[in-house]
Design a protein around this ligand. Sequence first.
Ligand code: HEC
Ligand code: HEC
Ligand code: HEC
Ligand code: HEC
Length: 505
Amino acid sequence: MNSPDKKKRSPWLNWTLFAVTIIVVFFLGLLVSSITERRAEAIFAYKPKVKLNEFEPRNEVWGKNYPKEYESYRKTFESDFRTAHGGNAKRDMLAEDPALVILWAGYAFSKDYSQGRGHSHAIEDVQNTIRTGGPLAPEAGPQSSTCWTCKSPDVPRMMNEMGIKEFYSTTWSALGPQITNSIGCGDCHNPETMDLTITRPALVEAYTAMGKDIKQATQQEMRSLVCAQCHVEYYFDKKKVGAEGAAYLTFPWVNGFKPEDMLKYYNDKGFSDWTHALSRAPMLKMQHPDYELYKTGIHAERGVACADCHMPYISEGGVKFSNHHVTSPLKYISQACQTCHRESEETLIKNVYDRQNNIAELRLKAEEVLVHAHIEAKAAWDAGATETEMNEILIEIRDGQWFWDYVAASHGGSFHSPVESGRVLGKSIDYAQNARVKLARLLATKGITTEIPYPDITTKEKAQNYIGLPMEKLIQEKKIFQEQILPKWEKEAEERESKYDVVSK
Ligand code: HEC
Ligand code: HEC
Ligand code: HEC
Ligand code: HEC
């Protein structure tokens, strides 16, 4: 029942409503003014201050125009975040896992191998690793100029200056004074438009070889493809038609991304990276197929890009921008994962670690079986085995180690694609065990029926000693290089860059 009294509002209610409205309008006004201010701040942050040259390699010059991205990029210098299997701290992988020394006997990785860390360290790390040796003259080895390709925005600059084929045709040492700015802006961005761009010819050429055009890639694909310029399996093609004599950087992708596809590619070419120092097997080194293995995982399947997890958006002072501190996403779980997943930080970390731990268990098993196989093959040679007797066995060792390395060398792969990682490691163990069964039979025909003992490789030093690496000499050579050559490279680079013009806008 409606009484007429109830329809009439009391005057004090009207006054209250009026007052509330005034207060709401006042706060709305404040909000608008704050938004305008922040937008002004945002516009200010993006107002270009300098004109960037087409091949500007210096990150700090780009940083003048894009201070937020630059400041976050500078955090890739940090080296203090450790997770169970990753993080940005320097980790000596050979000391953590000396079996690696045996698996890579005869190849530079057995001398020195540290886990990857932040992009800002790329130049200093490649200069200081024992793998690049101690060249005292521009023409001295051991490494080719191609080794610089994934380290610096000076690379596109030099490729433009020298020509691509010529860039791949000299020594690592000869280009030392030229390549001094660590991985940065010019590797992924067009300085004119700031669009994502592919600066490395190998990726463009791999697309062409697959009959695809990388220019047709979507924006979301580009957020992974900029990483696929470097985080991939590759080899140096020394027989490329039209580029004879060059160590031409090539991705073995024409048959596909699976390890079987890439193995077929190399087998068809009769290619091997090195001959194993113990077993004499014609080995392949998988580099870092991070992109390939990621592509087989559920996140790639659902269209999640590398940058979604490794460069998530963050907000600061009203400005939303991509976090250029590329590192383990476990450092930024709320931005990197919880934008899509509702689970707690602890649950997400557990999900990552469970997958990594399970895959690590299989990976270590594969290593043990492979070490046995190399050592038993050596024993067979020593007992007088012939090439005909050994050939099939050596191919099985080659393939077994290839499958193991696909997972071992793919950083983050055990999270990116755990099911595929498990499948491939299963294959590795199968091949290596088959080789061992055949080796046992072969050894028996030579009168050896007792087990070939597993060597004492409990430390990196013991393992390196076992394969006969002259570590003291190598370390000494590196020291002389660091004292005599590195300062010269730096001085030359400084003089050259002091002549670059920076035009204010
Ligand atoms: C769904 C999120 C996600 C996507 C997508 C993703 N990653 Fe990762 N990535 C991770 C996580 C989680 C780890 C493990 C970090 C750790 O162990 O601390 C990782 C580890 C890595 C590592 C090793 C880093 C370290 O700290 O050891 C590299 C390198 C890497 N990813 C590169 C890539 C590349 C390249 C792509 C795209 C091809 C990619 N990731 C796509 C989440 C992702
Ligand atoms: C120009 C080549 C290049 C490009 C492009 C590149 N990387 Fe890297 N990345 C490297 C190298 C080289 C290292 C190892 C540096 C070192 O250890 O000194 C590295 C290291 C890393 C690490 C380990 C850092 C840490 O803190 O543990 C991650 C993660 C990573 N890259 C992810 C990515 C992602 C994601 C992209 C694309 C958005 C990308 N990278 C693009 C070459 C590249
Ligand atoms: C490894 C590749 C890579 C490097 C190196 C890199 N960026 Fe980016 N940058 C990206 C990606 C991926 C995005 C996201 C682009 C998108 O989704 O449109 C981005 C976005 C940006 C944007 C657009 C606004 C934003 O934050 O999303 C600016 C500006 C930018 N980067 C500046 C820089 C500067 C300055 C540097 C050097 C200090 C740099 N970038 C280095 C990959 C890179
Ligand atoms: C852009 C969205 C997005 C981001 C960012 C993202 N994920 Fe996912 N994640 C997905 C989707 C989609 C799936 C597939 C689930 C489905 O479709 O039901 C998935 C699946 C998973 C799974 C199950 C995969 C498996 O191996 O079975 C885990 C674990 C996971 N994500 C963890 C993470 C972690 C940790 C991060 C941050 C490092 C992360 N995700 C970042 C969207 C995302």
